[in-house]
Design a protein around this ligand. Sequence first.
Ligand code: NAD
Length: 733
Amino acid sequence: MTDFTYAVDADGVATITWDVPGKSMNVMSREGFLQLDGMIDAALGDSAVKGIIVTSAKESFAGGMDLNVLATIRDSAGANPGPALFDFIMSAHRVLRKLERAGRDPKTGKGGKPVVCALPGTAAGIGTEIALACHRRIMAEAPRARIGLPEILVGLFPGAGGTTRYSRMVGAMAAAPVLLEGKMLEPKAAKAASLIDEVVAPDQLMARARDWVLNATDAEIVKPWDQKGFKMPGGAPYHPAGFMTFVGANAMILGKTQGVYPAAKALLSAVYEGALVDFDTALRIEARWFVSILLDPRSSAMIRSLFINKEALEKGANRPSVPDQRVRKVGILGAGMMGAGIAYVSAGAGIEVVLIDARQEAADRGKSHSAELLDKGMKRGKVTAEKKAEVLGRITATTDYAALSGCDLVVEAVFEDMGVKAEVTARAEAVIPQDAIFATNTSTLPISDLAKASARPGQFIGIHFFSPVDKMNLVEIIRGRETGEIAVAKALDFVRQIRKTPIVVNDARFFYANRCIIPYINEGIRMLAEGVEPALIENAARLLGFPLGPLQLVDETSIDLGVKIARATKAAMGDAYPDGAVDAVLFAMADKGRLGRKAAAGFYAYDEKGSRLGLWEGLAADYRVAARQPELGEVQQRLMMAQVLEAVRALEEGVLGDIREGDVGAILGWGFAPWSGGPFSWLDMIGAQQAVGICERLASAHGARFAPPALLREMAAKGQSFYGRFGAGARAA
Ligand code: NAD
């Protein structure tokens, strides 16, 4: 079985069809490249062949490169993997360049064979790069079909000629949304962006491709950069317009990435330097920048967490081996902000939903949340009227617990109150089947305590969503003391159905994500109380690559929620409670009614429409800015270590069982500096020894909360790394 098949018809049209066995989407492997190369040779070498169609037998064209291939080349090439990676990438360039030149005589420009890419559906990454090397691209207007180069989103950039080809096709400025933002375009938008040449009805695709191949002229099969006098659209760097483009692009990248994402900068360098030389030299330059990115620990960490490990977790890396537990009918208790969001994502995934609230109007309001989101989708042309009706038709909004009959899963999202939760648990369990699983979406109450209200604690589990549910892709699954394997599998299968990413953790205060976020927020507030300039605190976080500074984050999640959590934590911890200094600030803000974004007043000021203006000037009156300010690096170390040490403690205590979950969960759950690959990847980057040194210094300057945990000390003494010691795939605890 091969990844590509080759056939020539009676008219001399050769068709190379991509169809990787056993996969729903084509991905490029090393062997695949060799096969494609051989088939291009066969077509170009056969005088009976007039032209070539490259297509796919699947619904889509291709999903991209199997990134494990690049990781394997890098990891198996010893101490200096650069040359091996460079050779591999150059061999890919040679294959695509051969396809592009198509046997044309370089002197006369004659004798080439037309090559068309017929795209039945979505193409991404190398799939799009192969298409760009063809002389013409025809795409079927299939539902959900998209084309683009999303590499930048996993810390890479298009490295198989996509960067050089596309920027030469449309110019650096016009290429930015596709190359720098990784936008995936639907067929018509892709045509407007010159990614494709034609959009046709799906059943016309192959006929149209054949027709083009049989009628193409010599002029149509010579790329602009292979013609004399080629000029870069929009201007090369030393052209006045080009100069402005690159100055602007440089500033834009720095503004967006804060300089911590190496791929965007490397991409721009490849385009800039490539624009100064001929096409083949530009490909070599692209390859060198691409290798530099593959060797950058930040890119490797991002690929490992955001691609390889995220996918492994989504495919059930930590799923107990029990039969399929897919959910057919879910009951959701509480139709507030969270319950309404869970109902929407469940119904969207084809699951029947019973949405219960104490009052009918509250249940109806919960359902209308789905209607609003679907209306938004319709406005953007992503949802049809039929789809909207179908999704809403799956949601029954009611106050009647009897409607829960037949639910194989219940997700409880009522008020954060032990008594209320216990009551609804008992009411639901009286109706649902004996083998149904009951899940709570609590964010602060221990799962094992809530399970006491259940007659079936083995079937009781935490499924913790993040807000807003439709946007946040992480779901934390929490095992209570008595939670059984079926319940874990059920939760994982549910998360898979709604296409989110799960992590499975053990029950402990604030589980994993909130446990790490709270010290981050608290450290920011603590610094404010100490007299650190608030802009320094916020910018220190932004420059580390955090989407929100700690003060903005607490504004977003609301200050009264912070107060509530502080009160509950203090009650539970008694004298051991360490955050009195933080509470003084939080309570004072709450007393002033500055509750955050929802009150249009918090650590930030907001205009009457609720748009954030800037840090609230009144802060200086209550928290005098000290004359001597700490170094930026000091503020950053405090913010970083506050979170990272909590992640290490979660691992040490067995709350986290798998460092992959710790890393992926941190990035998806609270936007932990994605360039770092997550807290454990970041610690591996700086090394345990250096981490211990930083912590000891911080502990003596700022308090015992920074004292290095025993696990970190031990790893420093033994010269170990987290991924070395706990290995990808190995359970850590
Ligand atoms: P919410 O106040 O918006 O919604 C709670 C809903 O439960 C209300 O509609 C209320 O009428 C309903 N309710 C109360 N008692 C009920 C009863 N006896 N029977 C049926 N319905 C009842 O709250 P929320 O923000 O959606 O939070 C719900 C749960 O999710 C809480 O446990 C909370 O800790 C957790 N959570 C919240 C967030 C968040 O960001 N808001 C994130 C994760 C988890």
